[in-house]
Write a protein that binds this ligand. Sequence first.
Ligand code: SF4
Length: 329
Amino acid sequence: MRLTRDPYKIWISEIIMQQTRINQGLPYYLRFIEAYPDVAALASAPEDAVLKQWQGLGYYMRARNLQGSARYIMEHLGGEMPDNYEGLLKLKGVGRYTAAAIASFCYNEPCAAVDGNVSRVIARLYGVEEPVNTGSGERQIEALAREMLDRDDPGNHNQAMIDFGAMQCVPVAPRCNSCPLAGGCNAHLTHRVDQLPAKTPKRLPEERWFYFYIIIYKGEVVLSKRGEKDIWKSLYQFPVVESEVPRSDEEIVGTLMPAPVASRMKNVILSGPVRHQLSHRTIHARFIHVEVRSLPSSLPPEWMVVSLHNLEKYPVPRLIHRYLESVKI
Ligand code: SF4
């Protein structure tokens, strides 16, 4: 993906690759670039279509930020991507690493791009003891990265550092025996390779229980759109009951059942538990397939009835996407 100097393509690839493995992200990148080959195409696309392209990648905020920034570029920058680090940093969702990567790869600006790979290499080479996931640890690593930077060829330097971390100085069992830097590597010389980089423990994820009601009537199904707050903003879902504690099967098909369909049930099938991990939250989901004899004439305002044939046109959270791939409705 970096065989290009097109800042738009590098930007899209860097955002897709955040929290995504290369073999998973590459097909998304190719499809995304085909659908939206430039900033103007992305800016003018309907939001639902962009979210649909993103479906399965998770962290939808990335897609929303991309499109929000594309619109900003069209409206305020004459359709041209910013051509320097400071300008790139103003784009929503673009942090210091991504801005430095685009600025150095595309414009040869001398900025050090520090991602997880680079941070690990530097922490080991210099024996940085400060946890790298704290503000002061990040500042130490970035200062060292700036010192090391080849200012005449920052793009290739950054790419080499990233590749070195990804292939040689890997997180577990780095290849120290064949490493050209072993003679000057603090972690290797002090036998602390498995202790560095230091990290502060992550807080335990919060747990939530989601009960999705797949309400079906004559080839149609009920969807609702999630609100602006909380996770999965603006994505579609089946009507859901969210709980902070697990609920029994009796409650799921009894008191929790959405009122508009509770008296119209024909068949009910419960899925087994489906676990879904978000960065700070573990979701335990159940899907309740409810076939109804009829739909009430007046539905809750957030509900919409769509044809089952059109269901796949609606962008849904990854959890629902994976479930729909595994069952036939
Ligand atoms: S010697 Fe080992 S820990 Fe040090 S840079 Fe090389 S691979 Fe990484």
